[in-house]
Design a protein around this ligand. Structure first.
Ligand code: DC
Length: 207
């Protein structure tokens, strides 16, 4: 079974994808991490994330970079969103994601274009979303003790900017795949969101 979980940043899609993978015994890939690694590698190379050539060169990042805690910062998230608009970058990361999705037994992948581009053949497609302010508050709470100099307002502006970039890019824009089940987590706690997702998958499984 292939489960595609798409949605904007801090919507809860990562938490949901991980929980679904554990519940159904499937491997999980956070595809945002690949774009974050490209964004981080551009910075390490001293390149320009808006330059297609620099961004493509950064796709040759070493796998060890995927464990770098720097990948989780807002700054790297912004770089990831910028490199992800280049079609050559999306193409370079395609095979790795497609191979993960089609491995025997299935998989759970979360990202922006899993149900639309990477695995349009997924058995279950979820689109996880929440209001900008709810997502900003979550991200802010998550960041307490880490990036102390960032305010809730700044995070909210940052999220709105990234949403606009992800939604309006020409290649594989963020949108719910046809037939995707939409889960709005604005008023959900962690457990409620996970429960709703498990129920959605079971509903599809029952046909
Ligand atoms: O999910 P995230 O916040 O870690 O993603 C960071 C950026 O990577 C996001 O703003 C857009 C890009 N991305 C993408 O274009 N396609 C994906 N499947 C996953 C992430």
């Amino acid at each position: 079974m292939i489960i595609a979980v798409d949605g904007p940043t801090a919507s809860g899609k990562g938490t949901i994808a991980k929980a679904l993978a554990a519940h159904f015994g499937l491997p999980h890939l956070d595809t945002g991490l690949l774009y974050r690694a490209v964004g981080r590698q551009v910075a390490i190379n001293g390149g320009d994330p808006d330059d297609a050539g620099d961004a493509l060169a950064a796709c040759a990042f070493p796998d060890t970079l995927l464990d770098d805690p720097e990948l989780r910062t807002e700054e790297t998230g912004g770089l990831a969103s910028r490199v992800s608009i280049h079609p050559a970058v999306r193409q370079a990361l395609y095979e790795r994601q497609r191979a993960f999705a089609t491995q025997p037994g299935g998989a759970v992948l979360d990202g922006r274009d899993i149900g639309t581009v990477i695995a349009p053949d997924a058995d279950v497609k979820l689109f996880v979303t929440a209001s900008v302010s709810a997502r900003a508050r979550r991200r802010w709470l998550e960041m307490q003790g880490r990036e102390l100099d960032i305010t809730l307002d700044e995070i909210e502006r940052d999220i709105a900017r990234r949403d606009a970039r992800d939604i309006n890019r020409a290649d594989a824009p963020l949108r719910a795949a046809e037939g995707a089940l939409v889960i709005d987590t604005t008023h959900f706690g962690r457990e409620e969101a996970i429960e709703a997702a498990i129920e959605a998958v079971e509903l599809v499984q029952r046909g």
